[in-house]
Design a protein around this ligand. Structure first.
Ligand code: ZN
Ligand code: MN
Length: 479
């Protein structure tokens, strides 16, 4: 008997607003515990929530990008629970009337388009964090309420995925969309982007899905894939042994590579959802919706195709460049500066990416050191023959270090390429006179001897000789 796994994802993303969802507290990561709090977010009686307009805009932006139907008149619900890190003991969320429903996103699997349906997109607030002190002796947790009330977007997919490859593609594409829209910093290690996977396994051809397990504590995309793989194996072997799987929530242990039952899954009735009485209806005007639709960026997939047609880049280059929106922006500025897209792409994919890796910086910081117009000036110097490619790399390193302009460095260090035939002629004569055996080798048919002679000429001129002129001179003199 063959078994078919089915996977759905639930995504939680912190919206990148400066303040919280229902109060003015900051949302910075890593602040001293409990300093980013106020009576509203710590749930003092008598306080009232005030919604964050920008967070609502961001949430609509995602819902629109995911092709959802937008509920223009909607409201928030209270989700009641015992939350040690959300002192109100309810989360303001949406249950009955989500901001967005029935959307989809197309992902690319080996060149084939696959549509993943989106069940809903809704807006809520995050809970705080329980901090478990280091060491084994402590029998208590501490609570940090800085995160309490952070705007949180939840996206729920339909159970449309059946392979890990599809899950991986969805996660990467969705993350890329969030980054392109600037609505989430997507730092999984800081918890700004979290995935939970629902996995079920059923005999192939079965009319119903098996009971699903929700996997929690997945701190990276890699853990999502590892946990899903483990869970598919576990459920399949239960079925193979004649057993039955149960609907439950399981906690993933990344270090041990296993999941363990956390709790039997509550039904949604257990949360006693009811409309949040402290907030009025959320009314999204046609104008607001139209403005947000207009502001949607060109996403990575389409941008990559444009880079191939508009700039004539190979698919590989285009894919690397659009993986990060800011890198793609830098490329477009550089290509405009140099009128040579392929040279721009080569510089980014080799020199710039190496510098970023060595210095552990992102393109934004790099661009602060060497803006596209300055690198463009360097590439122009190289293309006009003022300097060779190797010297250009040397100048580039200096630019990153000092922030100086390329022409200034070339002048200061005397790096201008020697293209003057008269000047080079003397050097070539000298090298030929000093290396009679290489000359003999060449004349007796060892053509590679010319490489040695060019090397010697480069050494004499500290790399500044124009290779074209040198080769021409050598050809003349060696016959
Ligand atoms: Zn607050
Ligand atoms: Mn949620």
């Amino acid at each position: 008997m063959k078994y078919l796994p089915t996977i759905g994802l639930e995504v939680h993303a912190h919206l990148a607003t400066k303040s919280k969802m229902f109060c003015g507290c900051k949302t910075d990561f890593g602040a001293e515990p409990n300093v980013q709090t106020c009576p509203v977010c710590i749930g003092m009686p008598g306080t009232l929530p005030v919604p964050n307009e920008l967070a609502i805009d961001y949430a609509i932006r995602v819902a629109v990008a995911l092709n959802c139907n937008i509920t223009q008149v909607t409201y928030f619900d209270r989700k009641n629970y015992y939350y040690p890190d959300l002192p109100k003991n309810y989360q303001i969320s949406q249950s009955h009337n989500n901001l967005g429903d029935d959307g989809w996103i197309d992902i690319d699997i080996d060149g084939e388009t696959m549509r993943i349906n989106i069940d809903n997109v809704h807006l809520e607030e995050d809970a705080g964090k329980r901090v478990h002190s280091e060491g084994s002796g402590t029998r208590y947790s501490e609570v940090d309420l800085n995160r309490t009330g952070t705007p949180l977007l939840e996206v729920v997919t339909k159970p449309d995925m059946h392979t890990l490859e599809q899950v991986d593609a969805f996660m990467n594409d969705f993350r890329s969309m969030l980054l392109y829209m600037g609505v989430c910093d997507c730092k999984m290690q800081e918890g700004s982007l979290r995935f939970e996977a629902s996995v079920s396994v059923a005999p192939e051809g079965a009319s119903e899905l098996g009971p699903r397990c929700e996997l929690k504590n997945l701190n990276s995309m890699k853990s999502v894939l590892k946990a899903a793989e483990y869970e598919i194996g576990r459920q399949t072997s239960v079925l193979k042994n004649g057993g039955q799987n149960k609907q439950e929530t399981r906690l993933w242990d990344d270090e041990r590579g296993v999941s363990a039952r956390m709790r039997r899954k509550e039904g949604s009735a257990d949360y006693r959802y009811f409309p949040e009485p402290d907030l009025i209806l959320l009314n999204i005007s046609d104008e607001r919706l139209a403005r947000i639709r207009d502001e949607l960026p060109e996403f990575a997939g389409r941008r990559s195709k444009r880079f191939q047609t508009e700039y004539g880049l190979p698919a590989y280059d285009a894919g690397v460049l659009v993986a990060d929106a800011a890198t793609a922006d830098y490329f477009e500025r550089l290509a405009a500066q140099t009128n040579d897209p392929k040279a721009a792409s080569n510089w980014i994919m080799t020199e710039i990416m190496r510098e970023m890796k060595d210095r552990k910086i992102e393109i934004e910081e790099f661009s602060g050191k060497v803006p596209a117009h300055r690198l463009g000036a360097l590439i122009k110097e190289q293309k006009s023959g003022t300097i060779s490619h190797n010297i250009a790399k040397e100048v580039f390193a200096e630019m990153v270090e000092t922030g100086e302009d390329a022409p200034a460095i070339i002048e200061r260090k005397g790096l201008r390429q020697i293209s003057d035939t008269g000047e080079l002629d003397a050097v070539v004569e000298k090298v030929l006179a000093e290396n009679p055996s290489a000359v003999d080798d060449f004349k007796s048919g060892k053509k590679q001897a010319v490489g040695f002679l060019v090397g010697q000429i480069m050494r004499e001129t500290k790399g500044k000789a124009n290779p074209k002129v040198v080769n021409k001179l050598l050809a003349e003199k060696l016959g």
